[in-house]
Design a protein around this ligand. Sequence first.
Ligand code: 13P
Length: 252
Amino acid sequence: MRDKIVAGNWKMNCNREEALSLVTEISGMLQDEKNNSATVILAPPFVHIGAISHFVNGSPVKVAAQNCASEASGAYTGEVSAAMIKSVGADFVIIGHSERRNYFLESNATLAKKTELALMAHLKPIFCVGELLPEREAAMHEVTVKKQLEESLFHLSDEKFSEIIIAYEPVWAIGTGKTATPAQAQEMHLFIRNLIASKYGNAIADATSILYGGSCNELNAQELFALPDVDGGLIGGASLKSRSFVNIIKSF
Ligand code: 13P
């Protein structure tokens, strides 16, 4: 059985006090309510990773960074390496989020380098793929996602690919309130799993968790998570409200 995962991407939100309140509330609810079967991951901004990791240490809640550098170390002012992220307590890193691709012009080749460095640092990548609205309207969504996977991940060995979590995030659904329909989500998740199977075989494809992201909330999570190829969610806006996020976690 592959892992069920709910990850909260806090993006550029929360000062220190807000971040600590949010993790305190989420952890408290999870401890009190217990009935959840998902792995829970929080992805705060870099500056809070150490404090959040310290807070959740010893609990089932895990921590991710939202990005990492495409170089190992050196004169890259403002960058944060995968090894540094690991050293302050995170176990995961989001790579290739559409906001990184579109606002910071990260290419598939750059994302391949980030993925390799993350794996070398023993961070599990949560690798994001997804099409823009014009690509979907032109029925190019499968072509886009295939290219993203092939150019950034499909050079990896079987062993290394087995560490990857995929997040399918159609860009038109992110922060827009326009969630993919269950049929659209299932179709793309199955498409992704079939691509993985044709490259790495059925066993690895069956074991790869594929998360859905894009206006996932406590009202639609249950229907999305019930789909055969949706193994959880990467949650933006709704992960900033403890009650909503915990309700999403409990939607399996
Ligand atoms: P929203 O849940 O706010 O649409 O964001 C999704 C996302 O980008 C998660 O990485």
